[in-house]
Design a protein around this ligand. Structure first.
Ligand SMILES: [Zn+2]
Length: 95
């Protein structure tokens, strides 16, 4: 995961969320050239995958590669969960 450059204010609010037990604090941050990583200790692969999936889904990114999805599914009116490349590769196979 690429670290996000953060200000001290942002870092403090991350710590706030962390002490409140919020999973919103999870992430990799870059502060003064140092990496601060907050992640679940011994999270299973599937937990990690589920979190990544939901984060990408809620941000309108392809759940496989993370690039921005711009096309909507005409049936549901929601953004596709996959970019055109992965939609081609994955969705069409199950048709
Ligand atoms: Zn993709």
């Amino acid at each position: 995961m690429e670290p996000k450059k953060v200000t001290v204010t942002r870092l403090r609010s991350v710590l706030d969320q962390l002490t409140k037990g919020s999973e919103k604090s999870i992430g990799t941050y870059l502060y003064k050239g140092l990496r601060v990583q907050i992640s679940k200790y011994r999270a299973s692969g599937s937990e990690r995958f589920a979190r990544l999936y939901h984060r990408r889904r809620s941000q309108g990114q392809c759940v496989v590669c993370g690039i921005k999805v711009t096309q909507k599914n005409p049936r549901t009116g929601r953004l596709y969960r996959l970019c055109p490349t992965h939609r081609e590769k994955i969705d069409h196979k199950s048709d």
